[in-house]
Write a protein that binds this ligand. Structure first.
Ligand code: FPP
Length: 240
């Protein structure tokens, strides 16, 4: 039987190009990020309409701390604004918020607002929005190994019969299905330390559109592209 993909269950997005979008308009980089936050709202709306249950957004990588302090502060401020404005949308639409990444290294105000929204939405399952914050796939693996070693010492993990599923249960994404589709905007063909293990079988869709210009129509195009793909998971296409 040919495995014909339909709608992806989990779409993960590398939101790139905010800076270039702003520079081309002679605006500050933070203006690019502000418009990027508007694109986030549009994509969540589109995913809700299309009944795509899992969306993961790469908002701040562990490497992004090396950007100028004003840009990092601006991004943290934007994130707070987004959470304050959008908590209502999450509650009204029964959207559950999660984060992946080392959250405790974020400023206190961010942590508090995020934890508050996570708590208030944890009973929802209509849609799951995960924001990658201070995220790095390599750090995720380090944290998983640390957790496994700790549990092994406590006798809670049998290390003689380890399977990938045991390791996956220590990843930040333990409650999420693997992404079916990774979208990257602004034309770069890279995964940039994002969900490296989880995207082993994901389709990758790269569009030249800068993230602030990415809208419902672009999202639909990415989904249509995915739906036309033939996913074989290492198998062959059977001859009839
Ligand atoms: C990459 O563009 C984008 C980021 C590092 C930040 C993404 C943040 C947002 C979209 C806004 C806030 C997010 C939420 C969830 C409210 P870049 O700055 O690397 O662009 P460039 O490569 O053109 O310089």
């Amino acid at each position: 039987m040919r495995m014909q993909a339909e709608l992806p269950r989990h779409v993960a997005i590398i939101m790139d190009g905010n800076g270039r979008w702003a520079t081309e308009r002679e605006l500050s980089r933070i203006e690019g990020h502000k418009n990027g936050a508007l694109a986030v709202k549009k994509v969540i709306e589109a995913a809700l309409e299309m009944k795509i249950p899992y969306i993961t957004l790469y908002a701040f990588s562990s490497e992004n701390w090396s950007r100028p302090k004003a840009e990092v502060d601006g991004l943290m401020h934007l994130l707070n604004q987004f959470l304050k404005q959008e908590q209502k949308t999450f509650l009204e639409n029964q959207i559950r918020l999660r984060t992946i990444g080392r959250l405790d290294e974020l400023p206190d105000e961010n942590c508090k607002l995020i934890q508050d929204t996570i708590q208030k939405t944890k009973q929802f399952y209509r849609m799951h929005v995960t924001v990658a914050l201070n995220y790095s796939s390599k750090n995720e693996l380090v944290d998983a190994v640390k957790g496994m070693l700790r549990d092994a010492q406590l006798g809670k993990l049998n290390t003689t019969s380890l399977e990938y599923s045991d390791i996956a249960s220590y990843l930040y994404t333990k409650e999420l299905p693997d992404p079916d589709l990774i979208i990257r905007t602004s034309g770069e063909f890279r995964l940039s330390n994002f969900l490296l293990l989880q995207s082993a079988y994901a389709e990758i869709y790269v569009t030249p559109t800068y993230w602030p210009d990415f809208d419902q129509t672009d999202f639909q195009k990415a989904i249509d592209h995915y739906s036309s793909r033939d996913r074989r998971y290492g198998n062959v296409r059977p001859t009839i």
